[in-house]
Design a protein around this ligand. Structure first.
Ligand code: ADP
Ligand code: MG
Length: 288
């Protein structure tokens, strides 16, 4: 009897859930959130969470927590749990990829934005081993002056995860968050096996739920420098943006994994990328 009442309640509840969608600019791109809920109000909380993360993690905002940290060196600085988690995940990937993924690449990416190639002095300020984390005290030390962290390859995936977590905290489990090409999915829409995600530029689509998909290496973000086209993805081994065309799509459990792994594999190339990540992710598509 009780179980019948419960299933009746579940049905009524499910029937009341409607589809709501919102699009807002955050993190230098457009964020689209789709939910099934009683009303649209959870969208606000999810977008606000992303906005708050942008205030912490952006390297474009002069007074972000990240940039305040970058103005220190040689001292242990207490940071937010968000910044710590993203840095921890970043450094783990740097170790795993032998430095192909490196969020200390900032001095080089900032020159790239001005269409300039890096000199030796700039490159000397890059190196993930110069970031020291202390989990117990939740502190970070930058060993050198003039370091610049750039979380552009990982913050969007994490923001997707956190927006989903915010929605779940409000009882909304059927949700999809797309921070540009970094997509995080919760439970499937009612009656569906997953969220349909079109794969660009690989083509085709996948059904995604409780997982994340990210694509890197898009053609759009590039700079013409001295007659050559350099991607916004930099190979830390050379300090230069990628010139070979590659597009990598990764499906993983979280955005915090899918986003940076897609970037890392773009740098490493197909052979090394597959060797390191094929077994660590749910799907790895590489298009050259
Ligand atoms: P998108 O921003 O188009 O989603 P990515 O997730 O691949 O693309 O991130 C690219 C960004 O990551 C660059 O714009 C730059 O900010 C940063 N970046 C570039 N090269 C590296 C690298 N080797 N390791 C870590 N971050 C990088
Ligand atoms: Mg990425």
């Amino acid at each position: 009897m009780l179980s019948r009442i419960i299933s009746a309640l579940v049905l009524v509840y499910a029937a009341r859930a409607e589809r709501f969608e919102g699009v807002e600019p955050h993190m230098g791109t457009l964020v689209r959130i789709t939910i099934y809920a009683k009303d649209a109000s959870p969208l606000r909380a999810a977008f606000d969470r992303i906005a708050a993360l942008d205030e912490k993690l952006s390297d474009y905002k002069p007074d972000s927590e990240l940039n305040r940290l970058c103005r220190t060196h040689g001292e242990m600085v207490k940071v937010s749990e968000d910044l710590f988690r993203v840095l921890e995940a970043s450094l783990k990937l740097s170790a795993l990829t032998d430095g192909a993924f490196d969020v200390t690449i900032g001095p080089v990416t900032h020159l790239w934005r001005a269409s300039k190639l890096p000199d030796a002095e700039t490159r000397a300020r890059v190196g993930w081993r110069n970031v020291v984390l202390d989990r117990q005290h939740r502190t970070v030390m930058l060993k050198m002056a003039g370091m610049q962290l750039d979380l552009g390859a990982i913050a969007k995936g994490y923001a997707g995860d956190e927006a989903l977590r915010t929605l779940r905290g409000l009882g909304v489990r059927r949700a999809l968050i797309a921070v540009s090409g970094d997509v995080v999915a919760g439970d499937s829409p009612p009656g569906a096996k997953g969220w349909r995600i079109g794969l660009e530029p690989a083509g085709g689509e996948i059904l995604l739920h409780n997982a994340a998909v990210s694509t890197s290496g898009d053609e759009e973000q590039s700079r013409q420098i001295g007659g050559k086209k350099y991607s916004h993805i930099i190979d830390p081994a050379t300090g230069l943006g990628l010139t070979a065309e590659i597009a990598v799509t990764v499906v993983a459990k979280t955005g915090l994994e899918a986003d940076p792994i897609a970037t890392a594999v773009s740098v490493m190339g197909e052979t090394k990328g597959r060797a390191v990540f094929e077994k660590r992710v749910q799907k790895l598509l590489i298009l050259k």
